[in-house]
Ligand binder design. Structure first.
Ligand code: SF4
Length: 375
C-alpha cells in the first residue's frame, strides 16, 4: 500500500462508476486519476457498441414515456434506431446482434423514467450519476441498468453501483419496495438485488470509506482477473509480481527449479516492500493519532499500542550479575534445571528488580505501533 505525498485533496462529487473502479483496484484508479498515465485503451470498441445500444434503448424508452405508443419495439424498429447512432460500420453488426438478442424480452410498458439523473448526499460524500431506466409497478420500483458486457462472477449485492442506486431509490421512494435489476442484454439474463436495511447500511459504510480512501489517495493494487481488461498492465509492477506468485501447486509440479526460484525471489521482494509500506503507514497513523490513544473514522479504528520487550539474553544475565555484585554462575545456577537466560533471571530476582536492572543496562526496548481494525 502506498500513499502519495498529499493526503488532503478535496474529493469532488463522485460517480457510482468511480467508486466501483476504485474498489476494484485503487492502483488502476490512481494511475489514471492521479498519475494521469496516458494509455491506449483497448476497450474502445466495446464501449462504442455499449453506447450505441444504450442510445437505442434510451430513445425507445423516451418515446414510450412521451407518447405511450410502442412498448415492445420490433427488431426492425431497433435496427433503424441503431442507424441514427453513427456507429462505425465494423461495429454496427455487433450492436445489431445484441439488439436482436434482447428484443424478445424488451417491454417498456412499466417504464416511467429514462436516463434519469440522480444525486445522493451521504453527508461527507456526494454522488451523482444516471440511471438507465426506472420501472414502477404498484408499490415496487425497479432501478434498471443495461449491461452490454460479460456476466459478473462476483456477488452483485456487494457491487457499489447497485448499492448506490438502491440507497438513492429508497431515499427517493421511502415506502416502496426497491429492486435493482442488472439487465445483461447480450445474455438475456437479468440479475436482481432487493433493498434491505442491512444492505443499505453496508453500502453507505462502504461508499463513505471508499471516498475517504480516495481523498487520502490511498493506493493499493488488487491484481486479479480484472487485470485482463486493465490498460496499465505494462506499467504495473504488482501485476507482474502477481503473475510470478500465481505459479500455483499444479504448475509448480511441472515448473523448473529456476522458475520456482524466480517466483520465490519475487514474492520475497514483495514481502519486503509490503513490510516497508506497513511501517511507513504505521508511522503516519501514529502521527495522526497525536496524543490520542485511539480514534475512529468511519469504519476504521486506530489504536496506539505500546510494547515493552525485555532482553533475557546472556548480556542481560551478565548485567544482572554485574549490578548485584554476584557471580554470573550463581545467576545461571539458580535457574537449574532450566538454564535459559529468561528462567535464570526470573529465578534470581523479582520482576521489578529485573526490570530496573535491565532498563539501566538498556536491555529493555519500548516501541510504539498501531493496531488497525476495519469494521
Ligand atoms: S494491472 Fe491489475 S493490479 Fe495493476 S493497476 Fe491494473 S487492475 Fe490494478
Amino acid at each position: 500500500m502506498r500513499l502519495s505525498p498529499s493526503q488532503d485533496q478535496a474529493c469532488p462529487e463522485l460517480s457510482p462508476s468511480q467508486v466501483k473502479q476504485y474498489q476494484a483496484c485503487p492502483e488502476r484508479w490512481a494511475k489514471r486519476k492521479i498519475d494521469r498515465i496516458k494509455v491506449t485503451d483497448d476497450s474502445g470498441d466495446a464501449a462504442a457498441i455499449g453506447t450505441a445500444v444504450h442510445g437505442v434503448l434510451e430513445a425507445a424508452g423516451r418515446a414510450w414515456v412521451a407518447a405511450r405508443e410502442v412498448a415492445r419495439p420490433t427488431v426492425e424498429q431497433l435496427h433503424s434506431a441503431l442507424a441514427a447512432q453513427a456507429l462505425a460500420p465494423d461495429l454496427h453488426d455487433s450492436a445489431a446482434e445484441i439488439l436482436a438478442t434482447l428484443q424478445p424480452d424488451l417491454d417498456l410498458s412499466r417504464c416511467c423514467l429514462v436516463e434519469h439523473e440522480i444525486a445522493l448526499d451521504l453527508g461527507e460524500v456526494k454522488l451523482a450519476g444516471y440511471v438507465d431506466r426506472i420501472d414502477h409497478v404498484d408499490d415496487h420500483v425497479y432501478v434498471i441498468d443495461y449491461k452490454t458486457g460479460q456476466l459478473p462472477s462476483t456477488d452483485l449485492a456487494l457491487d457499489a453501483q447497485v448499492g448506490i442506486y438502491l440507497v438513492w431509490a429508497r431515499l427517493t421512494w421511502p415506502t416502496a419496495e426497491i429492486t435493482a435489476v442488472w439487465d445483461y442484454l447480450a445474455h438475456r439474463t437479468r440479475r436482481r438485488v432487493r433493498w434491505t436495511p442491512e444492505l443499505d447500511r453496508y453500502h453507505r459504510r462502504e461508499v463513505i470509506a471508499t471516498a475517504a480512501a480516495m481523498r487520502g489517495r490511498w493506493r493499493v493494487a488488487r491484481p486479479g482477473q480484472a487485470c485482463a481488461w486493465c490498460p496499465y498492465t505494462g506499467a504495473c509492477s504488482d501485476y507482474h509480481r502477481w503473475l510470478a506468485e500465481g505459479l500455483g501447486p499444479e504448475s509448480a509440479e511441472s515448473a523448473s527449479l529456476s522458475s520456482l526460484a524466480a517466483a520465490y525471489a519475487a514474492a520475497r521482494e514483495l514481502a519486503k516492500a509490503a513490510d516497508a509500506q506497513r511501517k511507513e503507514l504505521g508511522a503516519r497513523l501514529l502521527a495522526m493519532l497525536g496524543e490520542d490513544k485511539t480514534r475512529t473514522d468511519g469504519t476504521a479504528r486506530v489504536t496506539r499500542v505500546r510494547t515493552t520487550r525485555h532482553s533475557y539474553g546472556p548480556e542481560a544475565v551478565l548485567a544482572v550479575a554485574d549490578a548485584t555484585g554476584d557471580d554470573a554462575c550463581d545467576v545461571w545456577r539458580r535457574a537449574w534445571p532450566k538454564p535459559r537466560p529468561s528462567s535464570a533471571l526470573a529465578a534470581y530476582a523479582d520482576a521489578e528488580g529485573i526490570g530496573w536492572i535491565l532498563r539501566e543496562q538498556e536491555q529493555v526496548r519500548t516501541s510504539e505501533h498501531v493496531r488497525v481494525g476495519i469494521e
